[in-house]
Structures are given as structure tokens and as C-alpha cells.
Write a protein that binds this ligand. Structure first.
Ligand SMILES: C[S@@+](CC[C@H](N)C(=O)[O-])C[C@H]1O[C@@H](n2cnc3c(N)ncnc32)[C@H](O)[C@@H]1O
Length: 261
């Protein structure tokens, strides 16, 4: 098990413990905040932010992203995808489209849990039809929109980009060819409900629906969808500059590409 997985499992168990022991949740949270004030963590600037003047870095824990939504308890912390892994995976996806008669220009790209929008900006380097980010936290969408305002000052291969505040279960699938992107956004229970919610639309869907799943912790749930096809799976190393500022370990990133329709 990688260092990153150990940290994520530990954090999930700590959250679950506090959910079941509400009496101590408030004092623990006060103590953690006080400790952070005394010993602030100086997070290194991510190379993507340094290069483009953006604010997409950091590890923003769920305790700092209170939304009041019923699905908040299932949310994972915000942490941006690594550009090197994402770009490699996108190039591989585009190569797998070649010859399939479905040009990349016809695809809508959706980042489920887009956070501060790093992946929305990276996706705009590819000639997609449009790019949509869906995110539960209004505070993160505010950051994403500030980033996008800056990003739009320069031309990109795809100019239609938006970030919306919504829960994954409230977001209707686009009708045309779609690539959904997930970077480990939520826990298994919500993941199972989301996969279930897709199924009625899949039965009659004619447009392609691909899912790129980075750090695919719950992929068994996707792999069980009737008719699903695993197109490829890869482990992608981060580039050195990104690895050197990683807050969660720098093991190669696992990514799987599924075709649901
Ligand atoms: C690991 S971050 C990934 C950020 C971004 N996709 C990227 O790759 O750079 C997971 C994100 O999913 C969001 N999220 C969690 N639960 C969600 C839900 N039910 N609906 C929409 N977004 C959610 C979190 O707030 C967090 O920003």
C-alpha cells in the first residue's frame, strides 16, 4: 500500500470515528485549528501555479469545506491532480479515439469534483467541445472561477469552460459524447449511488460515455456496470518538479479508462 493510500485511509477512518463520536468532534476540531495557528504549515507553491500564476495548490480538508449538503460526509479532501499524469492520460485517451470515428472535438469533458479547477484548465489544452466542472463546495468553485478568469486571458484549444456548484447526483449527464474525469472525489457509498444513478440513462444512450478514473479506489463499482468495457489501465509517474512539492506522496498515479456507452 502506498504512503498516499495509508494517509487517505487514516483520514477517512479519523473522519468516520469523529462522525460516530460527535461529543468529541467539536473539541478535536478546535484543538486542530489552534495547533495550525501556532504551527502554520507553509505549503510549497505547486509548479502549475508558479508557471501560470494560479491558485490550485494545497490539501483542503473536508473540515474546511463545510457545505451543509447531505453528501458532504462522503467527500474526499481537495487536492489537485498532477498535470504530468493528467496530460499523459489525456494523450493516451486521444490516441485510443483515433480510428474510432469519434473526434475529440465532439466531446464534453466533465470533472466530477473539480475543486479549484486545475484539471479544467489543463483539459483546455486539448481541442474538446466544452469543459464543465462540478463541485460540491461553493468556496472551491469561487477559487476555480477566479483562476478561470486569469486563464481566459490567454487562448487555449478549448475556450468553453465553466465550473458549477452541484452535488454529483444533481448533475445530469451531457447528451453528446462525454468524457467524465474523477480523481478520487468521494467515498464508496456515494460512488455506488452515483454509478447506480447513471444506469437508467445508459440503457438508451447512443453517444459515447467514457470515464477516466485517476487513483481509482472504487473502480470495482464501475467495473460491475452491465456492458462496461475497460479500455486501458496505466501507472503514470509524476514529473520531478511536481513530485518534489507533493503533500501526499509521489508514487506513480494509477489511471483507468472505462467505456460505459
Ligand atoms: C481529490 S479532489 C479532486 C480535484 C480535481 N478533480 C482535480 O483533479 O484537480 C476531490 C474533489 O471532489 C469534491 N467532491 C466531493 N464530494 C463531491 C460531491 N458529492 N459532488 C461534487 N464534488 C464533490 C471535493 O470537494 C474535492 O474538491
Amino acid at each position: 500500500m502506498s504512503g498516499r493510500e495509508v494517509k487517505m485511509i487514516f483520514a477517512a477512518q479519523a473522519r468516520s470515528f469523529l462522525r460516530h463520536h460527535r461529543a468529541i468532534a467539536a473539541p478535536v476540531s478546535v484543538a486542530v485549528r489552534a495547533y495550525r495557528k501556532l504551527r502554520p504549515v507553509h505549503e510549497p507553491v505547486h509548479p502549475f501555479d508558479a508557471e501560470f500564476g494560479m491558485n490550485t495548490g494545497g490539501l483542503v480538508g473536508v473540515a474546511r469545506l463545510r457545505t451543509g449538503h447531505a453528501n458532504e460526509a462522503q467527500a474526499m479532501a481537495y487536492y489537485g491532480s498532477q498535470p504530468s499524469a493528467f496530460r499523459t492520460a489525456m494523450r493516451r485517451w486521444m490516441a485510443s479515439l483515433a480510428g474510432a470515428g469519434q473526434p475529440v472535438q465532439t466531446f464534453t469533458f466533465v470533472d466530477i469534483g473539480c475543486g479549484k479547477g486545475r484539471v479544467l484548465m489543463l483539459a483546455s489544452e486539448f481541442p474538446l467541445q466544452r469543459i464543465v466542472g462540478v463541485e460540491l463546495s461553493p468556496a472551491l468553485v469561487k477559487d476555480a472561477n477566479e483562476n478561470l478568469r486569469q486563464w481566459r486571458l490567454r487562448p487555449h484549444a478549448c475556450e468553453q469552460i465553466e465550473a458549477r456548484v452541484a452535488d454529483v447526483l444533481e448533475f445530469p449527464l451531457p447528451e453528446g459524447p462525454t468524457l467524465l474525469y474523477l480523481y478520487n472525489p468521494f467515498e464508496a457509498e456515494l460512488f455506488a449511488r452515483w454509478v447506480q444513478s447513471l444506469q437508467p440513462a445508459l440503457a438508451s444512450r447512443t453517444a459515447p460515455l467514457h470515464v477516466m478514473y485517476m487513483n481509482p479506489r472504487h473502480e470495482a463499482l464501475l467495473a460491475a456496470v452491465p456492458g462496461v468495457e475497460l479500455l486501458w489501465q496505466e501507472s503514470i509517474a509524476h514529473d520531478e518538479a511536481e513530485a518534489s512539492v507533493s503533500l501526499i506522496g509521489s508514487e506513480p498515479e494509477r489511471v483507468s479508462l472505462y467505456r460505459l456507452a
